[in-house]
Design a protein around this ligand. Structure first.
Ligand code: FES
Length: 276
């Protein structure tokens, strides 16, 4: 009896994945280092790390399926079952939890009828508890496909979820002008830019409060090796001995690119800034 080697994917899908995998692998001196982006790549096709995806990664990188699975099961961003179109992650880490994150998760869970790492029957939302997203100054924070929804309440979180399920345009409170799908986001994480990285503001007003105060007061951090006062907002290592240039001192001052999503005729649903 002859056996046929198992072929993950076929046709144009296989061609597309093979070409994209070659691009990802070319970024590393050792091709197997491209496993993490390749796992995101197969998620961008299948919506999760499927059995075919594991076979594809193993075959492409010269690894065993056990080695690929070991990595895929280690990181929570890799999904082992079909993910919803939107991952809604409620931060229930310490600060967000005490500021209302636990209440948001509980009410959202009851509202959607799903628990942690479960997906609504319509395939729209996978609900998760997530760990700190380095946005504690906007607690409690919710993420939709890793876009920020700051200063949430149970009511605002349920409203976002309802609009996502209804297919309405939804925008985070800062950052990109609209949320993309889980598959689109996975392709970006695989290293294929959608050109939207500079859309909207990155650091909001609350995150910049310390920088603002330092500028107002003329505070300087002491240099580690010379004792000189340095620019506390200098970007590059070694740039700290340059004097502060009024006007532009940090990447946070870089103007954001105009949004590609949402126009006056197609509102994004962005909530008004609480910092204005
Ligand atoms: S604890 Fe929620 S963003 Fe840090």
């Amino acid at each position: 009896m002859t056996t046929t080697a198992y072929e993950p994917y076929e046709g144009t899908k296989l061609e597309r994945l093979t070409a994209d995998a070659a691009v990802a692998m070319a970024r590393y001196p050792d091709p197997r280092s491209a496993l993490l982006p390749l796992l995101h790549l197969v998620q961008s096709e299948d919506g999760y790390v499927s059995p075919d995806g594991i076979q594809f990664c193993a075959r492409t990188l010269g690894l065993s399926t056990a080695e690929v699975s070991a990595v895929a099961t280690f990181y929570t961003q890799y999904k082992r079952h079909p993910n919803g179109e939107y991952t809604v992650g409620v931060c229930t880490n310490t600060l967000c939890a005490v500021m209302g994150g636990d209440a948001i998760f509980d009410e959202l869970s009851e509202h959607l009828g799903v628990g942690h790492d479960e997906t609504t029957a319509d395939g729209k939302i996978t609900l998760e508890r997530v760990e700190c997203n380095a946005a504690c100054d906007y607690a409690p924070v919710m993420m939709v496909n890793w876009e920020f929804f700051d200063n949430q309440t149970p009511a605002s979180a349920k409203d976002v979820a309802d609009r996502l399920r209804a297919g309405e345009p939804v925008a985070p409170t800062r950052g990109a002008a609209s949320v993309c799908s889980f598959k689109q986001m996975s392709r970006v994480l695989a290293g294929f830019s959608d050109g939207r990285a500079d859309e909207g503001v990155g650091a909001g007003s609350a995150s910049l409060a310390g920088t603002r105060l330092a500028r107002e007061k003329g505070w300087r951090a002491p240099s580690a090796d010379s004792g000189q006062a340095v620019d506390p907002t200098a970007e590059a290592v070694g740039a700290g001995t340059t004097p502060i240039t009024p006007g532009r001192t940090s990447s946070t001052d870089t103007p954001s690119a105009p949004p590609t999503g949402g126009t006056a005729d197609t509102p994004t649903g962005r909530e008004p800034s609480k910092e204005a």
